[in-house]
Ligand binder design. Structure first.
Ligand code: HSC
Ligand code: NAD
Length: 698
């Protein structure tokens, strides 16, 4: 008998239970176990109905992703599903937790489905660069109709049990999955209900067969956001086959599409990103079993751009917040922005109509740090100057409760120095959120010299609780993300002095897949910030300074590196900027040359990778994949390119090191010399991934 799948009989009902922690993925052992148990149950004359359920936290969460890319092991999932579909006895899937991917496909091959109230059902394969490969694209449209099927398959987001019931994907919402499944199955048997085989039921796709625009419109709405991705389009084609072809031919099409994507570079990158995100939860150098401190209430200092967004993230997760400002006016402004943001989301249907009021009720806005109360975690998001930060952290000694974790949201400042302002440096760390903080998923967790392991674990686990993706980093100027970004910024600016235009540079970067180029990003953030900081430090940047002197601060003034029409955020190339650049170059006696797109791409990306190598060598990031997580979730790095360090491996480190050395010489810029670690790996013919493998083996 299988170790991971068991069969027991409750009178005339067979109950097959999958028990393969953590998520009951469809490994070869699980597939084999289900096959054997199904065969026994079907052959058992005493059995009149079969329930398939799972132990642990969830129903089957999909194929075992770790098996992809390795030689297939029998039995194949298709073989298992054919047996189930053909079963002369009714099979009921009893779902709890998350029935995802292959998990939902198993349930769809059952004749009936029931689920608990909090269950989620979905086909998220596109998020791994795949399409459902075990009948999902053929059965789901037959279960719920093509529109919802397209939404779930091409969009990849799951639906809850209520929606599943409404759509006809499940028959009933039950209390406990196994008991509910058995009760439902008994009813089926008693009523002698016919088997419902989705493959034989075209009723819900009939309308789309007659009018294909029902399907194509649904696809168009979803693929609009799929820039650069292959899987959503292939997944849509497979759903199209469900409408156009008989079931078995549709299955064949689906399988071809799945196998093609399985070996694609995009899917490899997306599967890598899935595991990179999970790997980032494992903190290096923390004793095993270190527990998070409890966090029931959070205090946030500063209700500005970041403080407000961070407060929203906590309230979204149902965690109460004390939001502290220095004066009523700032507080009112901050609270007002949060309310407006939530109301706008509710108006779009993104959250229920009563959510804004409920979430605002979780935020207690007060003036004065002395009102910090019994917060278990304090996040400081005040002005970015060391003096202000030190003043605030000094006061925290007096007002924060003992053992509270004290976090700074600083973008660049030294957390070790901030920690010195308190008598409890062991509680101090960085929680660097990204703007807009209620939307962006990344949270760099900055481990300072004296940060206690349990404080670090607390920050990582609370970040996950509020649906952020944490990545632990060390103290340095700009941490991982902004430190690498600074290298790109330096090169983008230099390119303007050599003959490139902002729109040319930005176009190369967005074509690569980033959501924005460096100049559009500068316009969005406001060019005056850097200008002021340069003036303070006595630094010049001739083109950027000239723009600011002309009052071009970016989007907020309607002009920056681009021009913006009233009320519009779309960046339009501006001949005035071209003239300003030409004049600056002439004044400095610099000659323009034609800069190729290839050079732009190399000078945008390779210096960042070089900096990434330095970050790894210094131990600021523990793993190349942590750097990739920072870029995927903080800066919109295209997921189908895995992250800068993953991408670098695909380009080849030798090529990157050679090109950097070339540009260092050509542009007389020693900062472009390949970093020692990059050079070493390149010389040895190795990859960044080899570092992760070596550290795992150690
Ligand atoms: C698929 O199903 C393809 C099908 O169409 C079948 C095709 C067959 C075709 C054959 C014919 C050619 N596999 O996320 P967590 C691990 S594609 C292996 O921290 P949570 C995870 O790495 C799949 N491992 O937990 C982690 O391990 P660690 C479609 C998996 O509670 C641990 O489980 N399904 C795994 O926050 C805990 O994970 C999906 O895309 C998997 N499928 O979230 C679902 N799933 O502890 C992917 C998880 O060692 N999974 N692990 O780090 C998820 O979305 C989330 O994990 C859950 C749980 C929501 C399930
Ligand atoms: P902001 O100017 O929008 O907000 C700062 C707020 O802090 C103001 O409302 C101010 O009144 C308040 N404040 C000042 N001193 C205070 C005190 N002692 N107690 C309570 N409130 C106080 O600034 P921001 O953009 O939200 O940035 C805040 C922090 O977050 C900075 O350290 C910044 O570097 C960092 N950060 C900013 C971004 C971004 O894109 N804006 C991104 C990541 C991190």
């Amino acid at each position: 008998m299988s170790e991971v799948v068991t069969l027991e009989r409750q009178d005339n009902i067979a109950v097959i239970t999958v028990n393969s922690p953590p998520v009951n993925a469809l490994s070869a052992a699980v597939r084999g176990g289900i096959l054997e148990c199904m065969k026994s149950a079907i052959a058992d004359a005493q059995v009149q109905g079969i329930v398939l359920t799972c132990a642990g936290r969830t129903f089957i969460a999909g194929a075992d992703i770790t098996e992809f890319g390795k030689p297939p092991k029998p039995p194949g999932l298709a073989e298992v599903l054919v047996l189930m579909d053909d079963s002369p006895k009714p099979i009921v899937a009893a779902i709890h937790g998350t029935a995802l991917g292959g998990g939902l496909e198993v349930a769809l091959a059952c004749h009936y489905r029931v689920a608990t109230k909090d269950a989620k059902l979905g086909l998220p394969e596109v998020k791994l660069g795949l399409l459902p490969g075990a009948g999902g694209t053929q059965r789901l449209p037959r279960a719920v109709g093509p529109e919802l099927a397209v939404k779930m398959i091409v969009g990849g987001d799951p639906i809850g049990a209520e929606a599943a019931l409404k759509a006809g994907l499940i028959e009933e919402i039950v209390e406990g999955p196994a008991a509910g499944g058995v009760a439902f199955c008994r009813k089926l048997v008693a009523e002698k209900r016919p088997l419902r085989r989705l493959r034989d039921d075209d009723s819900k796709i009939a309308a789309a067969k007659a009018d294909r625009s029902i399907f194509t419109n649904a696809v168009a709405a979803l693929t609009k956001k799929a820039r650069g991705l292959e899987a959503p389009f292939a997944a849509a084609d497979a759903v199209g086959a469900a409408i156009d072809l008989p079931f078995d031919e549709g299955l064949k099409k689906e399988r071809e599409g799945f196998l093609k994507l399985l070996t694609s570079d995009q899917s490899k990158a997306q599967r890598y990103a899935f595991f990179a995100e999970r790997e980032a939860n494992k903190i290096e150098g923390v004793p095993e079993g270190t527990k998070s401190r409890p966090v029931a209430r959070v205090a946030i200092l500063g209700a500005g751009t970041m403080g407000g967004g961070i407060a929203m993230s906590f309230a979204n997760a149902g965690i109460p917040v004390t939001l502290i400002e220095t004066a009523e006016e700032q507080l009112k402004r901050g609270m007002g922005i949060m309310q407006k943001n939530w109301e706008a989301t509710a108006a779009r249907g993104g959250i229920p109509a009563d959510a804004p009021a409920k979430r605002m009720a979780l935020i207690n806005g007060v003036v004065g740090i002395e009102n910090i109360g019994d917060a278990d975690l304090v996040i400081e998001a005040v002005f970015e100057t060391m003096a202000v930060k030190k003043d605030v952290f000094g006061k925290l000694d007096q007002y924060a409760k003992p053992g509270a974790v004290l976090a700074s949201n600083t973008s660049y400042l030294n957390i070790d120095e901030i920690a010195k302002a308190t008598k409890r440096p062991q509680d101090v760390l960085g929680m660097h959120f990204f703007s807009p903080a209620n939307v962006m998923k990344l949270c760099e967790i900055v481990r300072a010299d004296k940060t206690a392991p349990d404080a670090l674990v607390t920050a990582v686990s609370i970040a996950r609780k509020i649906a952020k993706v944490p990545a632990v980093v060390g103290v340095c100027d700009g941490f991982v993300g902004n430190r690498m970004l600074a290298q790109r910024g330096k090169q983008s600016e230099k390119l303007l002095f050599e003959g490139a235009l902002p729109q040319q540079v930005d176009a190369v970067v967005t074509k690569f897949g980033m959501p924005m180029g460096p100049f559009a990003m500068g316009d969005l953030a406001g060019l005056d910030i850097g200008w002021r900081s340069r003036k303070d430090r006595g630094i010049k940047s001739e083109i950027a300074d000239a723009l600011c002197e002309a009052g071009r601060f970016g989007q907020k003034t309607g002009k920056g590196y681009y021009k913006y029409e009233q009320g519009s955020r779309s960046a339009l190339p501006d001949p005035e900027v071209e003239t300003l650049i030409d004049e600056t170059l002439a004044r400095l006696g610099l000659k323009k040359r034609v800069v190729s797109d290839e050079e732009i791409l190399e000078r945008m990306m390779y210096p960042m990778i070089n900096e990434g190598a330095k970050i790894l060598a210094e131990g600021i990031a523990a793993r190349p994949s942590d750097i990739d997580v920072v870029w995927l979730y903080g800066y919109g790095w295209p997921i189908y390119r895995g992250g800068p360090m993953f991408w670098a491996d695909t380009v080849g480190l030798k090529h990157i090191a050679d090109r950097l050395a070339f540009y260092a010489k050509e542009t007389n810029d020693p900062s472009l010399e390949p970093a020692p670690l990059l050079k070493k790996l390149a010389d040895e013919g190795k990859t960044f991934a080899s570092l992760a493998a070596a550290s795992k083996a150690a």
